[in-house]
Design a protein around this ligand. Structure first.
Ligand code: GLC
Length: 591
């Protein structure tokens, strides 16, 4: 399906046969792809770089920073939505799929970005929201104009229950019901996210056709792939039944009625067959609520659905339950992290492909959540980076991660911008929860932790804007910024650069299999990767203690080459009984 360029169907079949499989020396088939060998950098454009002084990042800001991205060495950038949007959810509410939002610039700016990125061998992955649109999209404006409007069925409308209540008891991702009442037509429409994000009705073939045409239009422009937002939710259970509700709450979590239903696979295959198969592109889907066995239905080689998915299992390690339960925090354990990651690594090996991430625009900063953003910020950020870049799968870097940006603790709710955070805050206060407790939860889990402006330099607002930033900059920018990181050869930034370089040099990092060592060790995460004649040993101390790593016997007596570490090696140390330092990470090549 990929690696083919824009070609006719006949050529596609021939090329598929010729290029799909690579025969390795050991007689194993390994399906090699550019997107498996790539490192992808995620840009949250509103917070990346402002060039106009309006306090919001823009496309010219991304163009300005292409040199920086090239220096880092990334192969592709995934840009969060830049289409026209009223921004109730920062662009994830699209009002025109064919237009660039004015605050980001023009279509000419986009074309220039595409051309200049390609000139640097950087591919462009678009974030596309197909589950819902903005309520300001012309389709919804028409759809809500009258019950007999030709576009009425573009969205999901239902009559109130007999008592006038919601058509069912499903809870929205952003608090409250998934239903919003429309006064004009006296019916409810469905929104799994904010009420300004009505869900599109994929059961209507006209909607599917419109979406396919639009995807094709972007591909014809030359983009290199898509991140499909919330794609596992495009199909809802037939009859939209109520979820079990033993406590008789107004709304309850009902994910199984709108996640990963069979027909999603049909729609994805159709999208590939009709459109994607004709281009050399990649696609990654945001897919929650499943384990790796089920994930193979999406990413299994030959399924022709998605190349990778962003799975969520490890994102719920510190949550008491899923969905809106994310705010109720519990401590995470390394043993659980190992269990989850190892399952994904082994189940998908040779059958599918992983997308490896620990933070993005919806999650807290990884160094604050899984590392240590105090005394060991630099060491632990490097350790986590080493982890993500040595697993099998494509590593994703979220903007600012490469300089170790941290969570933020804004004292006032007025400084927060995220619709999910604000809805949650209001709901908690209404229910009488202590404000301090609510803020503490927000400091840990708000998506705004990841959305504060990129910290470029020591100047006011971290060099992000000459104006007033749309959201306050994290006050730690005089210490944590790109200028400082580039200057310091020992910085997190240079560690990322080296990791990316290593990926280009050692195939074992990309294609090697994965074997976990010490599954029940509470502090050390260690694993071995194997590919043809190469072996990689990755040793990570996830905490600030000093555990000893006993070198496995079957790996002793080989030639060890230390490829990367976050500490200077100690002369004369006992390698086979290695005393690890806080957050130490080492990667050895064994031969
Ligand atoms: C995805 C996006 C998130 C957005 C939501 C609704 O989860 O990553 O930012 O709020 O979908 O589009």
């Amino acid at each position: 399906m990929h690696g083919l360029g824009t070609k006719s169907r006949g050529n596609v079949t021939l090329s598929l046969v010729l290029t799909r499989y690579y025969y390795s020396r050991r007689g194993e088939f390994m399906n090699k792809k550019w997107w498996k060998e790539s490192v992808i950098y995620q840009i949250y454009p509103i917070s990346f770089k402002d060039t106009t002084g309006d306090g919001k990042g823009d496309l010219r800001g991304i163009i300005e920073k292409l040199d920086y991205l090239q220096e880092l060495g990334v192969d592709a950038i995934w840009i969060c939505p830049i289409y026209a949007s009223p921004d109730y959810d920062n662009g994830y509410d699209i009002s025109d799929y064919y237009g660039i939002d004015r605050k980001y610039g023009t279509m000419e700016d986009f074309d220039e970005l595409l051309q200049k990125a390609h000139a640097r061998n950087i591919r462009i992955i678009m974030d596309l929201v197909l589950n819902h649109s903005s309520h300001e999209h012309e389709w919804f404006i028409e759809s809500s104009a009258s019950k007999d409007n030709p576009k009425r069925d573009y969205y999901i409308w239902r009559e109130p229950k007999e008592n006038g209540g919601y058509p069912n008891n499903w809870e929205s991702y952003f608090s409250g019901s998934v239903w919003e009442f429309d006064e004009r037509t006296q019916e409810y429409y469905m929104h799994l996210y904010a009420k300004e994000q009505p869900d599109l009705n994929w059961e209507n073939p006209e909607v599917v056709r419109e979406l396919h045409d639009m995807v094709k239009w972007w591909l014809e422009k030359g983009v290199d792939g898509f991140r499909f937002d919330a794609i596992s939710h495009i199909v809802k259970a037939e009859g939209l039944p109520d979820a079990d509700n033993p406590q008789n709450l107004p709304v309850v979590q009902a994910y199984h009625f709108f996640s990963n239903l069979d027909k999603v696979h049909y729609f994805l295959r159709t999208l590939n067959e009709d459109v994607l198969d004709f281009y050399d592109i990649m696609n990654v889907g945001e897919v929650s609520g499943l384990g790796p066995e089920q994930a193979l239905d999406y990413v299994g080689e030959g399924r022709n659905e998605l190349d990778m998915i962003f799975q969520f299992e490890h994102m719920f390690l510190d949550a008491k339950s899923g969905g809106t339960g994310k705010w109720d925090i519990k401590p995470w354990t390394l043993i659980d992290l190992k269990k989850i990651m190892s399952r994904w690594q082994t189940v998908l090996h040779k059958k599918g492909w992983n997308a490896n991430y620990m933070s993005n625009h919806d999650q807290p900063r990884q160094v604050s959540r899984f590392g240590n953003d105090g005394d060991y910020r630099v060491r632990s950020a490097k350790m986590l980076a080493t982890f993500l870049h040595t697993l099998q799968g494509t590593p994703y870097i979220y903007q600012g991660e490469e300089i170790g940006m941290t969570n933020v603790q804004f004292p006032s709710i007025d400084q927060y911008r995220d619709v999910e955070t604000l809805n949650y805050y209001n709901q908690c206060i209404k229910r009488g929860m202590d404000e301090k407790e609510v803020m503490q939860r927000i400091w840990k889990k708000s998506r705004d932790n990841a959305r504060t402006p990129m910290q470029w330099n020591f100047e006011e607002h971290a060099g992000f804007t000459d104006g007033q930033p749309w959201m306050d900059v994290n006050p730690n920018y005089p210490k944590i910024n790109v200028e400082a990181a580039r200057r310091d050869p020992d910085s997190i930034f240079h560690h990322y650069r080296k990791l990316i370089e290593l990926r280009k040099k050692h195939e074992v990092i990309v294609y090697g299999d994965y074997r976990l060592l010490l599954p029940v060790h509470e502090e050390i995460y260690a694993f071995v990767r194997n590919w043809e004649d190469e072996k990689l040993l990755v040793i990570l101390n996830f905490f600030s203690g000093a555990p000893t790593f006993e070198w496995p016997e079957d790996l002793q007596g080989m030639k060890e080459e230390l490829l990367i570490s976050n500490y200077e090696p100690i002369d004369g140390e006992e390698l086979y009984s290695l005393n690890l330092r806080p957050y130490e990470a080492r990667v050895y090549k064994l031969s």
